[in-house]
Each structure stands twice: as C-alpha cells, then as structure tokens.
Design a protein around this ligand. Structure first.
Ligand code: UD1
Ligand code: UDP
Length: 370
C-alpha cells in the first residue's frame, strides 16, 4: 500500500509505481490532505499516476484533527486490504498518519526520504520525520547526512538504505516533457529563439514565513525591490494566497509585466511540468520549499532559501542552495548576483541519478520475498 496526500508526495510516489509494476500489486491511497485541482488532480494527470484506489477525502484541518481523521479513515482500509508493506513518502501529516496506522497493525513500514533533520522542533514536518522514522522498518535515505542522523538516533543500520532521491527520479523523467510546455511563452518570459528572459521564480508556504504579517511583509517588500529590475513570478500556494488576501497585500502584485518587462506577478499554483520548465530556466529561485532546494541543485539554478535551517544540507554543501533565514538584504544582494550570472552552480549529489525508485523497490521486494 502506497499512501500519499500532498503535492510533494505525488512527485515522490510517481517513480515508485512503474518500478514495482509486474512484481507487486499496489493499493494507492490518497488521504485528501491536498485536494484543489492545482494541488492534486493536475499532478496525478501529469505524472501518470493512476486514480487512487482509495481517497480518504480528509481535506484541510488543524494538525491534530487532520492527522486524527486520516488515522480513523485509513485504519479500516488497511485492515481490509492487509498489505505486506506500507510505503510512505516525505514529511507531511499524511506521511506520519500512514506510518502510525500501519505500525499499530504490525504491518512493516517503508519510509522514503528518511533521516532528514532540520533540528528545528517548531517545524511540524520535523515531528513527522522523526516519528515516522521511529516506526519504520525500511528507511530509504537521500543523502549521507541522513544516514548519520539515523545512526545517532540509534536506528539499526541494517534498516537504513542510502538510495538517492525519488523526487529527482521524477525530475529526470519529466524534464523532456516539461521542455515541450508553453509555460515560458504563456507567462511572457520567452526571449527571441525560444530562450528564457532572465527571471526569478518564487514559492513560499511555510507557516513561519506566511502566516504572520510581520514575517510576510518584509519578504514581499524584498520581492518588490527585486521586481524593479527583473520579472519575478510567484505561483502562490493556497495557504499563501489566503494570507496575501487576508493581509491586503494585493497592491504589491501586477497581473502583467510592466513596460520594461519586469514586475512582481502572482499566479495560482502551476502544474508540475510547467513549474519544472520555469524552474529549469530561472536565473534564480527564492523558496522555503523542501523539494525545490533539491530540484534547483540538480538543475544548477541558484536557490535562495528563506528558512533558518534545512533538513537537506547537501544542497548547500554540494548544490546551489544558500540559506538566508529572514535576511532580506542578503536576499536582494544574492539574487542580483545570480541575475548577473554569478550564482552558485554546484554539483549533483551522488545517487541523484534517476534510479532511486529502482533501488528502493529492489530492496523491498527482496526483503518481502525472504
Ligand atoms: C503541507 C505540509 C508541508 C508541505 C506542503 C506542500 C504538513 C504539516 N504540511 O503544508 O510539509 O511542504 O504541504 O505543499 O503536512 N489548501 C487549499 N487547497 C488544498 C490544500 C490546502 O486551499 O488543496 C489550503 C487550506 O486553507 C489549508 C492550507 O492550505 O488549511 C494548508 O494546507 P495543509 O495541507 O494543512 O498544509 P500546507 O501548508 O499545504
Ligand atoms: N511545484 C509545482 N508547482 C508549483 C510549485 C511547486 O509543481 O506551483 C512542485 C515542485 O516542482 C516540487 C514540489 O511541487 O516538485 C514541491 O512541493 P512543495 O514545495 O509544495 O512541498 P515541499 O517540498 O516543501 O514539502
């Protein structure tokens, strides 16, 4: 049984299904944590995911209520289907809930993207990561630091497998299709010859950045400053769109680029292929996403992360990521450098080669057969 619920889960789950096809039957559960067309269905369509066998339709709620509802609705499904293993991915509430239901039913759990730690206990994802790892039988890790974290927490080494990164499996598989989209053209970011004009791509959705006006306002101010010099495109997560509305920040944004081709422009969340196309062509990416720190590293696009910590330190040590906390002056300086072609280029971490899902399913099937 493969349990998914939120946008990044879909991207990570997509390579696992073809990798296991023919060797095991998979029951796909969608918890319904994300449900908007642009946060869910679009990803199933573009990533070639089958319709979920079960949709728990839990929707949005406070953490306890959302996690609790998944537990309540998932348990009878697992009892009915009694899978040999349950696979959960990433660090969202659906990940922890899936692992917890399986753990209590003594069904072995595989955690894909195990071992990552931001060491910031105020992040809800940090709780989800640590508890999911505690329950898991297989811990599939993306970077060596994750193996070290698990060793320090006393998790048996034979359960821990450094396999690479399924999010990068999807990136490599879908980049050719992304290149065929009209995203650059449709968003007015195309220069002559089909190449991209220099532009900046932004995503923000962490509660610590977007939920309080005191955190969000300086960020939007900094984006507006950058937008005097270059087009800044901000596909807003629904949480962020709600806050921008609530804080009456609409005047900061334009609907079309100005006469100099610049401005700060907001859009709804983009489809995976369109987003990937823009990400691969951007002069710089500004984000607080987890997965986007990894994708930009592989795409060799400078990434500026507006967080105080990252659970993905390899993107800083080897990749293109720079951690800025809330230092907006450093953000403006860094993005200017990147727009001038002087950003980090980095290298691709070992095993981020598009074959992580293959390694994961080989290990799982081998252990389940023995
Ligand atoms: C969740 C994850 C976060 C992940 C992010 C990926 C947790 C604790 N958080 O955060 O780790 O980085 O997904 O995008 O699991 N909403 C909609 N439509 C949707 C989904 C959400 O309008 O389809 C709005 C609702 O107002 C909701 C809010 O966004 O209350 C937050 O959604 P939620 O799933 O609770 O958390 P995210 O911020 O999306
Ligand atoms: N993404 C997308 N459209 C968008 C923004 C992000 O397809 O408008 C993709 C992005 O390429 C990556 C994933 O969504 O594959 C990251 O999800 P998100 O940032 O929501 O979650 P996180 O990684 O922070 O948990």
């Amino acid at each position: 049984m493969l349990v998914v619920g939120a946008r990044p889960n879909f991207v990570k789950a997509a390579p696992l299904l073809p990798a296991v096809a023919g060797s095991a039957v998979v029951h796909l559960v969608h918890t319904g944590q994300h449900y908007d067309e642009a946060m869910s269905r679009m990803f199933f369509d573009q990533l070639g995911l089958p319709r979920p066998d079960t949709n728990l339709e839990v929707g949005s709620a406070a953490h306890g209520a959302q996690t609790g509802l998944i537990l309540q609705r998932l348990e009878p499904v697992m009892i009915e289907w009694r899978p040999d293993a349950v696979v959960v991915v990433g660090d969202v509430n659906s990940t922890l809930a899936g692992a917890l239901v399986a753990g209590k039913l003594n069904i072995p759990v595989a955690h894909v993207e195990a071992g990552l730690r931001s060491f910031d206990p105020t992040m809800p994802e940090e709780i989800n990561r640590a508890l999911t790892d505690r329950i898991s039988h297989w811990l599939f890790v993306t970077e060596p630091g994750g193996v070290e974290n698990l060793r320090r927490e006393g998790i048996a080494t034979q359960r821990v497998h450094l396999v690479g990164n399924v999010m990068i499996d999807s990136l490599r598989r879908f980049l050719p299709a992304a290149e065929k989209t009209a995203a650059l053209h449709d968003l007015g970011l195309e220069a002559s010859g089909g190449r991209a004009r220099p532009f900046v791509l932004v995503t923000l959705h962490r509660p610590s950045n977007v939920d309080a006006v005191e955190s969000l306002l300086p960020l939007v101010d900094a984006l507006s400053e950058i937008a005097r010099e270059a087009p800044v495109l901000f596909p807003a997560h629904p949480r962020t769109a709600e806050r921008l509305e609530q804080f009456r920040m609409a005047p900061f944004f334009v609907q079309e680029w100005n006469e100099r081709g610049a401005g700060l422009r907001i859009t709804p969340p983009l489809g995976y292929l369109e987003f990937l196309r823009l990400e691969s062509c951007a002069a710089a990416v500004i984000t607080d996403s987890g997965g986007i720190q990894e994708e930009t590293t592989v795409l060799a696009v400078p990434c500026f992360t507006l967080r105080g910590s990252t659970e993905r330190p390899i993107t800083i040590e080897q990749g293109t990521n720079t951690l800025l906390g809330s230092d907006v002056a450093a953000l403006v300086r860094g993005v200017r450098e990147a727009l001038a072609g002087r950003g980090k280029r980095g290298r691709v971490p070992d095993l981020w080669d598009g074959r992580a899902a293959e390694r994961i399913t080989r290990q799982l099937l081998q252990d389940l057969a023995s």
